[in-house]
Every structure is written in C-alpha cells, then in structure tokens.
Design a protein around this ligand. Sequence first.
Ligand code: HEC
Ligand code: HEC
Length: 316
Amino acid sequence: MKAIVTGVAGTILLAGALFVGAVISDNILGDAKGEMQETAVQTQTPANTATQTLAYAPPSIEEVPDGPMKESILYGYELVNNTHVAADEYVGNQLSCTSCHAGAGYDEQASSLVGVMANYPQYIGRSGGVVTIEERINGCMVRSMNGKKFEMNSDELEAMVAYFAYISEGVPIGAKREWAGTSNMENVPVPDVANGQELYGQSCIACHGADGSGTGANTGPALWGENSFNDGAGMIRMSKMAGYIQNNMPIGAGGTLTDQDASDLAAYILSQDRPEWANHDKDWPKGGRPNDVMDKEKREQVKNGTIDWEQVLSTN
Ligand code: HEC
Ligand code: HEC
C-alpha cells in the first residue's frame, strides 16, 4: 500500500516536472526564434551596419574585479606601462611598451592593443608563420625593447597575456579592430632629411632631447641611440614611423603635421645610429620584405648622400 502511494505521488511530481519543463523550453525556443528574426532583419537592412561597428569600450584598469585573476592583470599592466623598470633584466633599453602603445595600449590612436587577443594567433609575414600572442609579445621584447624573450610559462608573460585578455573583453575572436594599424602611412612622400632636422629642433627636443636620448619612457622616449629600439623593430620602417608621428606627435597635437613633415622627421630620426638587430637575414623568410626598413646600410646611404628614396618607399 505504501509503495502504491509513493508511486502515485511520484507520478504527480513527474507530471509536474514535465509540465514546468515544457513551459521553460517553450520560452527558450520562443526567445531564440525572436533573436534569430532580429539577426535576420539586421543583416538584411544596410541602415543597421553602423550599429554593428565594434565599440571602443575597454574595461577600466581601476575596476578589475576581485578574484584570482586580479593580481596577474595588474602586474601585467605594470609590466606594459613601466617595462624597463618592472622587467629590468629582460629589457635592453630605456623604453616601455607604453612608449609606443600609449597608455599601456589603452590609447585608441597610438597602436592600441585593445582587443588584441581577438586577432591572435595570426600569420605574420616577417616571421613567415603563425604567431601566438606570447610570441608577438616576445617579438616586441627582442626588437622594440632590444632585450630578451620571456620564458613561455613565466609569471611575466602570463601576466601580460592576462592583461591583454582583460582589455580585450567583449571583442569577439576574429573581429576587425578598426582602431588597430592606424599609425601606418601608405604613401610616404620622399623626405627632406635637413628639413626633418629643423622641425625636430623646433617641435620635438623638449621631450625627446636634442640627441634623441629622451626624457623618460612615458614622458619622451628615446628615439635613437643605445636606449632606443633596435633596427629590427616595426618602427624602423618609414611607413610606420611617419604614420606614428603624423597620427600622434607632437603629443596633444596629433594629426596636425603634414605627411611631408612627418616623412621628413621620420627620415631624420631613422638615419641616426641605434642598436642593430642580428637576424635581419631571417626576417620575411618567404619573401615580401619591404624596402623601407632603415637598417645600417640605408643609414649609411643617407649620410653619404646615395640613398634612393623612391626605391626605399616603393613597396609600402
Ligand atoms: C618602439 C615602439 C614599440 C615598442 C616600445 C613596443 N611596440 Fe609593440 N608594436 C609596435 C609597432 C609599430 C607595432 C605594429 C603595429 C602596427 O603595425 O600597427 C607593434 C605591435 C604589437 C603587437 C601586435 C598588435 C596588433 O594589433 O596585432 C603587440 C601585441 C605588441 N606590439 C606588444 C608590445 C609589448 C607587450 C611591448 C612591450 C614589451 C611592445 N609592444 C613595445 C611598436 C612598439
Ligand atoms: C610634450 C612632449 C612630447 C613632444 C613635444 C613630442 N613627443 Fe613624441 N612622445 C612623447 C611621449 C610621452 C611618447 C610616448 C607615447 C605617448 O604617450 O603617446 C612619445 C612617443 C614618440 C614616438 C614613439 C616612441 C619611440 O621611441 O619611437 C615617436 C616616434 C615620437 N614620439 C616622435 C616625436 C616627434 C617626431 C616629435 C616632434 C614632432 C615629438 N615626438 C614630440 C612626448 C612628446
């Protein structure tokens, strides 16, 4: 008798559960259908394209949520913002990542790193292969920072990746980051180095020094000499240096220089001595090496007046 009662109660409960289940699944299905319809409408209406543009809305470094990731994210921020101090043994110059990726990568204009995790791994012609975010960071360590690579499982590398993941929140994998790669000049005018020198004296020495050695990684980084990037760095290309200057310098007045002035300044800066990269011959192993890499040979050509700028600028 007892067994029968339990059986009946069980059946009632089961029926109840089935009923509730049916209501829930109906709601889910209903919502999903609604969503699908919305998506369909969006893709069909060109007027909606603007609303699909990815917003530039990285979460603030002041508001990293408490939890097991917080320490690593904040350490990563410190490493990116104050690299030559926080990672002293690894950095071979007086720069920080912030020296080029302004605001530790937060600045939308200056080679922003917001959302960068969404675009890696990525094929990079200079490496001739697929590059992970860790390898990309280490690429900047040995070139832009003229230093050493972090070990793969080091706290430093993990912290930088944790920080980049944090400032990439909400950017879907594979998304086109409209703000990335904007400090790049496509058609660089043939430069006048003497004019570049003059402009440099007028508008740049206050922060970067007359001898290019700078006033500090985050106040006016070294633009040439032993404390600057080596000639394997991205900035060694006329297209990137002129683009960066035009877009961002002098600080607070980005976009005011003409392309011609920015090219003159870039040529003046890149014709000065700096550390040499030992592995030029291994870059672009599958071809496609651009001509605007201002290596030692080209610096010599500027000095002795034999440089063929048309040829240098022909592949941008
Ligand atoms: C001397 C300037 C300079 C310094 C210093 C520098 N970088 Fe870069 N970095 C660049 C340039 C130029 C690029 C290429 C950006 C472009 O083409 O728009 C780049 C690209 C990158 C990318 C890929 C960005 C993307 O959108 O695909 C990452 C990641 C990166 N840097 C990380 C770092 C880190 C981490 C540091 C410090 C350890 C650092 N960089 C220091 C100049 C610099
Ligand atoms: C008021 C100070 C100030 C002035 C003036 C200034 N800069 Fe900068 N510059 C900076 C700071 C600070 C950075 C680091 C990035 C940032 O915070 O935007 C920087 C970064 C750079 C970089 C990238 C870092 C590197 O090592 O290559 C270049 C190139 C550069 N400046 C060139 C120039 C040129 C050319 C001028 C003159 C037209 C100029 N700057 C004027 C402060 C200044």
